[in-house]
Design a protein around this ligand. Sequence first.
Ligand code: IMP
Ligand code: MG
Length: 184
Amino acid sequence: MMENEMIDDIEEIILTPEDIEREVSRLGREISADYMDKDPLLVGVLRGSTVFIADLIRHISLPVRIDFISISSYQHPSPGVVRIIKDLDEPITGKDIIIIEGIIDTGLSLGYLIRVLNLREPASLEICTLLDKPARRILALNPKYVGVEIPDKFVVGYGLDYNQKYRNLPFIGALKPEIYQGNR
Ligand code: IMP
Ligand code: MG
């Protein structure tokens, strides 16, 4: 019914639920090892990272805190113009921060976020992204934790949307181009 309707819009499965589980548990293990004697704060970038961060924290064997930030990027007046819609609830000065993102595409949103968060002088600031789409990168970023590199396709599911739809698909799939018609 509902799910089938969404599945009809998918051209190709990029990551199955099992693929996702494998990557998320690997990332959780890496973070657990790297932050063994620290007290990291995971900053989820709303809304695409919500499903990912929910699973990721259950694969981290340390006491972690989470907070969320919401940013909006605009193609007009110019791409890369970003603003904060909802700021963090807690200060990050002196803390070890890991930004949790669902996907990096051009890198412009995260580039902005990193500049803003660095002004608050955290002890450290790293990036963890489930998906990386390097083909369209405009701003060079150096994410410490990357799940999977994907080809230049518009993907949805596992938190990622097109027009606020498809976030609840349990897999990640490429959307049929006729659905977004060049309008990413
Ligand atoms: P960037 O600033 O171009 O790196 O864009 C990052 C943001 O765009 C992500 O946080 C997503 O919200 C969105 N985005 C980029 N590519 C995709 C995609 O393939 N599917 C869904 N959302 C995407
Ligand atoms: Mg989106």
